[in-house]
Design a protein around this ligand. Structure first.
Ligand SMILES: NC(=O)c1ccc[n+]([C@@H]2O[C@H](COP(=O)([O-])OP(=O)(O)OC[C@H]3O[C@@H](n4cnc5c(N)ncnc54)[C@H](OP(=O)(O)O)[C@@H]3O)[C@@H](O)[C@H]2O)c1
Length: 272
């Protein structure tokens, strides 16, 4: 029997990453799950094996650690598998401003949300090109289109970087004739997950109208479908698409003013 393809998903212990695991398993992919919370990963792995009859590999890793990407890939290799697809999804918000956060926290943030996804992509892309097949989804954000904000300093920067990076990888794979190696940046807006609990903005985000929110299922489906089509960037949902268009056409000073007003709403009292 032909071996199923293997999808590696970072940040698979919760939210959007767990939903990616469920949807790719439902599509018949074996799944390698990684994050820091082993109990969550083990539970999800058992669920995927039972419901979808796929194989799973669990690798517990903190992506902030310098050798984490090598460790994840080593464990997959030791299991006798190669990576056919990656969802670079792990992420969080770092509250506070550049003034009142430590360099250690900023460096870890850049590592988890930016350099680890890029390193992982670099280390699996060659194999994908050789085998003539690969799928890479980088979970960016609508924030990648917005001006930088007062607080959560590097979030918009790294998400914007992931969008450009994904566009480049998609363009390079196509130009090199690797037609079935696809790379997509998925740019969600507000999505129900643990994200806003972890970054401490849940009370504020609960005040937002429900039409601004999406469930993770349609967000993930939009990402998978776009990547299948070889589309370099996708913004899921009509509201988010409208916002993305608005941000692009707004005069920059007005965009900065609006983001400034929003970021003031979301800043913790302690950040002021
Ligand atoms: N929710 C939204 O509104 C929204 C909007 C736009 C973009 N996004 C993006 O979507 C992605 C997923 O977020 P989510 O909304 O699903 O949030 P979530 O429910 O909080 O899940 C975040 C995931 O990232 C993992 N993670 C965090 N730090 C990690 C580390 N140091 N090493 C390894 N894994 C780590 C967490 O696992 P462990 O804690 O077990 O390590 C968890 O599995 C993020 O990149 C986020 O920026 C979210």
């Amino acid at each position: 029997m032909a071996e199923r393809k293997l999808m590696l998903i970072t940040g698979a212990s919760a939210g959007i990453g767990a939903e990616f695991a469920r949807q790719y398993a439902a599509r018949g992919w074996d799944i390698a799950l990684t994050a820091r919370r082993a109990d969550r990963l083990d539970k999800l792995a058992r669920e995927l094996e039972e419901h979808h009859k796929v194989a799973t590999i669990v690798v517990t890793q903190d992506l902030a650690r310098a050798n984490s990407v090598d460790t994840i890939l080593k464990e997959i290799k030791e299991a006798g598998r190669h990576v056919d697809g990656v969802v670079n999804n792990a992420g969080y918000g770092l509250p506070g401003t550049f003034f009142n956060t430590s360099w250690k926290d900023q460096a870890a943030f850049m590592r988890v949300l930016y350099t680890a996804p890029i390193e992982l992509t670099h280390k699996v892309l060659g194999g994908m090109a050789e085998r003539g097949f690969g799928r890479i989804i980088n979970v960016a954000s609508l924030a990648g289109y917005t001006p930088g904000s007062n607080g959560h300093t590097l979030y918009a920067s790294v998400k914007s970087g992931l969008i450009k990076f994904s566009e480049s990888i998609q363009a390079e794979a196509k130009a090199a004739g690797h037609e079935d190696v696809h790379c997509t940046a998925l740019c969600p807006g507000f999505t129900w997950s643990e994200f806003h609990d972890v970054n401490g903005t849940r009370d504020k985000t609960n005040e937002m109208p429900s039409w601004m929110w999406m469930e993770s299922a349609p967000v993930v489906e939009a990402g998978i479908e776009a990547c299948e089509r070889g589309q370099p960037v996708v913004v899921p949902g009509a509201v988010n698409k409208g916002l993305a268009t608005l941000i692009k056409v707004l005069p920059e000073p007005l965009g900065r003013m609006l983001v400034g007003a929003q970021s003031k709403r979301f800043r913790d009292a302690g950040d002021d």
